[in-house]
Write a protein that binds this ligand. Sequence first.
Ligand code: GLY
Ligand code: MN
Ligand code: MN
Length: 489
Amino acid sequence: MRLSFSLLFFFSSLSLLAQEADLPNDFLSKDFHKERRAKLRANLPANSVAVFFANAVRNRANDVDYVYHQDPDFYYLTGYKEPDAILFVFKESQLAANATRYNEILFVQPRNAQREMWTGRRLGEQGTKDVLGFQQTFNNSEFKRYNVDFSKFDKILFFDFQNDVRDNPKDSSDLYDLIIQFKAKVKYAEKNAPSLAVEPVKNNLDMKSLADQMAKLRGIKTKAEIELIRKAVAISCLGQVEVMKAIKPGMSEREIQGIHEFIYKKYQAEDLGYPSIVGAGHNGCILHYIDNYKPSVSSKELILMDLGAEFHGYSADITRTIPVNGKFSPEQKLIYELVLFAQEEAMKIARPGTLRQALTDTCRAVINRGLLQLGIIKPNEKHLYFPHGVCHHIGLDVHDRGGPVLEEYNTVTIEPGIYIPDNAACDKKWWGIAVRIEDDYLITKDGYEHLSKIAPRTVKEIEDMMKQPSVFETFTVPELDKLMGKPKN
Ligand code: GLY
Ligand code: MN
Ligand code: MN
C-alpha cells in the first residue's frame, strides 16, 4: 500500500496530536535539565567543552531493534529521548555566525513524516526548542558544517567510544556518522589504527574526568528526581506485595515474574530498570539469574525476586525472598534472619559520611560470624556464600553514578545475601537456600529514609502478607495443550 504525501502528513499530524494529548505531564521539567547543564558548566574547567552523545539504536535481529533507551547522562542533561543526537555544553559562551552568543548547542534527528508514521513522534529542531527549552538546536545533518575551532579549548571532555555503533547506510547523519565527524573535528587519534591517526594539534581530549563530573551531579538527587524514584520504588513494592499474596507451589518462575511486571504496567511504569531476576531454590544462587525458566516452583523452596520498575527513567531495585508455601522452614528462617540482621546493622551506619564499602564490611562481618555459628563455614572461610557488595546508587541507572561516600540526597540500596548452592560443602539441609534482601533508601541529613519499607520484610510480615487473598486466585486461563487438542502424555 502506498500513501500519497499529503495523506501521510495528514495522518502523521493527527497521530501527533493524539500522542501529545495522551503524554504524561509529570516528566522532569525543561528547567530541571537546564539547571543540570548549568551545574555541569559551573564545575567544568576553564576554557573547556563537555560533549555527550545520544545512545545508539541496538539491533535485536534482522529488522527489529531493541526498544530505544536514551543514554542516562544525555537524558539527565537534555530530557531528549531520541537517538542520533549530540550535546555540547561550553564553559564559556561562544560566538555564533550571526554574532549572538551561546553556551550550549544540541544537534538532533530531523522531523520526518514517513519515519514518524512507522516509529513514532520526533521532536525535531523546533520541538527541542519548544518542549525542552533549548535556544540553539539544529538538525544533525548540520553538524558536518559546524565550524567551531576545537583546537582552541584547553579541554574537550567526552566519554571514549566503544566502537560498537552500527552505521545506518540510509542516514548520513546518524550516530555513526556524527561520531566520525566529531572525531575528525577534534583530531581524535584512533587507538587501533596508529598509521591512520591524525596527529593531535594539542592533546586537549579528556576522556577520563567526565565520569567524575557526572557522578558528582547525578549522585545528589533533586526533589523532582526523588519523587520519581519514590514512585518507581512504591510500584516495585506493590509488585512484591501482590506476588506474596498470589504465589502458589506449581506456578512457574515466569508467571511470578509476569505478576510483578503486570503491576508495573498497571501503574504506568514504562520499563524495567534491569531484567527481572526470579529464581526458586538453587536458581536464587545465580546472582543475576534472568532465565526464569523453572516451570514449576516447589513448595519446599524459597524464591528470590529481584526486580525494579523504571518510572520516567528512574529505577527501583528491590529484592524479596519468600517461601513458596507461605511459611519459612527452620533452616530458611535462620538464614533469612541472618541476612536481615546484616541489613539492619548496615542501616544503623547509613548516613552522610559513611563509606558505601563500610556497609558491605558490616554485612560481611555479621554474615561470616553467623555462618560460622551455624556451622556452615569454617573459621578460615570468609565471604564464601556472600560474594557481592551491598550498596550502590540508584537513579537513571540501576547502578547509578555517584560517589563512594554517602551524602545527603543520595538514593542507594542495601542488599546483603547468602547463597548456598546444591552440593555446597556443608550439611545438605542448607542446600538450595538463597536469600537476598534488598531495600532502597534516601540518605538524609542525619540518617536515611527507608523508601521500600512498604514491601513486607521480616519473617512475620512476609508470612502474614502471604495469608492474604489474591486477585489472581480468580484469574484463570485455558489449558493451552487442551485448547490445541494435544493428547496428555
Ligand atoms: N538488581 C541488581 C542489583 O541488585 O544490583
Ligand atoms: Mn542492587
Ligand atoms: Mn537488585
